[in-house]
Design a protein around this ligand. Structure first.
Ligand SMILES: [Zn+2]
Length: 306
């Protein structure tokens, strides 16, 4: 647990190979208690806040950035700790939390994870709606793209403009409910805010303002590449390589490994890719078979005949 700004903490930073998200906490120092932003998948990091003098029972509000299990899977356990806890998520993603989630991503990534649905207290539906907790005013900015109901939670302190963006660096692939055009518009909206501190759903805290802008621009580029190779031209070697390099530079070594392996499968003599693979492997990334599964689903037999 680490303080990002006065009374704002990252309680669980994302680490390589971790399927859980980055988890954040705001101490309102008021009857509103503690606010958790994306409580994550596991209860242990939340229980650990005791070490720092906080009580998990005092988490009274839980703001969820979007309806992916790694960001809210722990909700029913939080409710056991505090039955009066309030949950907030955009109405377009709310059913993911209120129903037993079941889709291919869950099968692939969270095998055996047991989830029990919880009722959402407030479904966000108005863009830029303000939620008030103690002295904090949190603006809920609708940023569709990664999912239809993705929300960035924005607040201003005396010295900084802070945003909790969820999966800014996440994919916007159609098969998983994403939308690249909407995502680009949403990111442009964020770029106009002159954000000082971006709390990302997986890549932890990005600051200062120049780095935030650079990061969002890289994420847009990454998603454009992803769209080309996974939805348009799966044999575009140059884009495969550029994307792999981008993922490597971002420190997303598991994605980089997956992309590089696939690139070498379709273009085995690519010496640049072989060199890059060696560098990626030094970080011991876990193995996912995301790319192959996605391509098979999206292109089906069309790709096999090539
Ligand atoms: Zn996500």
């Amino acid at each position: 647990m680490k303080e990002i700004n006065n009374d704002i903490y990252i309680i669980k930073p994302y680490k390589l190979g971790d399927i859980d998200c980055s988890v954040y906490l705001i101490d309102t120092k008021d009857i509103d208690g503690l606010i958790s932003i994306d409580p994550g998948l596991y209860i242990e990091p939340i229980k650990n806040i005791r070490q720092y003098g906080f009580n998990p029972k005092n988490i009274k509000h839980c703001l969820i950035t979007h309806g992916h299990l790694d960001h809210f899977g722990v909700c029913y356990k939080l409710k056991k700790i505090n039955p009066d806890i309030n949950y907030y998520i955009h109405k377009l993603d709310a059913e993911k939390v209120e129903q037993i989630p079941y889709d291919d991503n869950i099968e692939n990534y969270y095998k055996g994870f047991e989830y029990k649905p919880v009722k959402i207290t407030k479904k966000l539906q108005v863009d830029n709606e303000i939620l008030k907790f103690g002295d904090y005013e949190i603006k809920c900015i609708h940023i569709p793209g990664h999912t239809p109901g993705s929300v960035a939670y924005y607040l201003e302190t005396d010295n900084s403009k802070i945003i909790f963006g969820g999966d800014i660096c996440g994919a916007t692939l159609q098969l998983s409910g994403g939308d690249l055009t909407k995502y680009i518009k949403s990111m442009q909206k964020l770029l106009e805010l002159d954000i000082d501190i971006l709390c990302d759903g997986h890549l932890n805290v990005i600051k200062p303002a120049e780095k935030v802008i650079e990061f969002i621009q890289i994420c847009i580029k990454m998603n454009k590449y992803l769209h080309i190779i996974l939805e348009e031209e799966p044999n575009n070697i140059k884009v495969w390589y550029d994307l792999t390099l981008l993922e490597y530079e971002l420190g997303l070594y598991d994605n980089a490994l997956d992309f590089c392996n696939y690139l070498l499968e379709i273009n085995p003599n690519n010496s640049e890719a072989k060199e890059l693979l060696k560098k990626i492997k030094k970080h011991n990334p876990p193995k996912f078979e995301f790319v192959k599964n996605y391509i098979k689903k999206y292109f089906g037999n069309q790709i096999n005949s090539k």
